[in-house]
Design a protein around this ligand. Structure first.
Ligand code: SAM
Length: 202
């Protein structure tokens, strides 16, 4: 049998979940919390079924959980891109953002731009509230020219790289643990002094 044709690293070969829904395993958020303390109530604006929010709640953080879709957790029908401010009392935004193709194959080409736009929006919302921002992204993504410029435009304080790879779908044999991921952490209350701290953790 001939070998399969090469495919870009960001395409798994699987139909993407609707609105890019992938639940984050608990250890991933626990790894973040080993290295970062949030000041106030946390907003999880792409909460899905609450995988990140539940870990934060267990660690004692009050959480506001919203999502554009109805996943049966938190408040559905809230489009992050339409939000003009953080929810009252929130001093941090923590999420695993959607990659941006919304599950629509035709939109795949604009996916990288959609993620950049969403992160730009989250940086603006957190800047206005002098808040913290922690985003789970693919390690490879950070090194892209546009992503790097966006990250460097904000007060990035830490890049927490997970040495263990994330298994997104338990049932899948071929696409498990394809990428390494990292939390990029910003703090609009901290004047940037030098480059962000680089942490390797599991
Ligand atoms: C990769 S999943 C992550 C879910 C959850 N944060 C987790 O880590 O388990 C991305 C989530 O973003 C939501 N989403 C996509 N576009 C959104 C938007 N414009 N505003 C709010 N939520 C959005 C999807 O419905 C989905 O639940």
């Amino acid at each position: 049998m001939p070998p399969p044709p090469p495919r870009p690293i960001h395409i798994s070969g699987h139909a993407r979940e609707v609105r890019d829904f992938y639940a984050t395993p608990a250890w991933v958020t626990e790894a973040l919390l080993k290295h970062v303390t949030f000041r106030d109530k946390v907003w999880e604006p792409c909460c899905g079924t609450g995988a990140i929010a539940d870990v934060l709640l267990r660690r004692g953080y009050p959480v506001v959980a919203t999502d554009i879709a109805e996943h049966g957790y938190g408040q559905g029908g809230v489009d992050l891109l339409a939000c003009t401010a953080m929810p009252p009392g929130c001093g941090a935004l923590v999420t695993n953002p959607p990659y941006g193709d919304g599950g629509d194959q035709r939109d795949r080409a604009r996916s990288p731009t959609a993620l950049l736009d969403m992160i730009r929006h989250m940086l603006a919302l957190t800047a206005a509230a002098e808040a913290q921002l922690a985003l789970l992204v693919r390690l490879q993504w950070i090194a892209g020219k546009r992503a790097a410029a966006l990250i460097q435009s904000g007060p990035c304080t830490r890049i927490i790289t997970l040495t263990r790879r994330i298994r997104w779908f338990d049932q899948d044999e071929t696409n498990n643990a394809q990428h390494h991921h990292a939390w990029i952490v910003f703090d609009h209350r901290r004047a940037r002094r030098g480059p962000p701290g680089f942490i390797l953790t599991d």
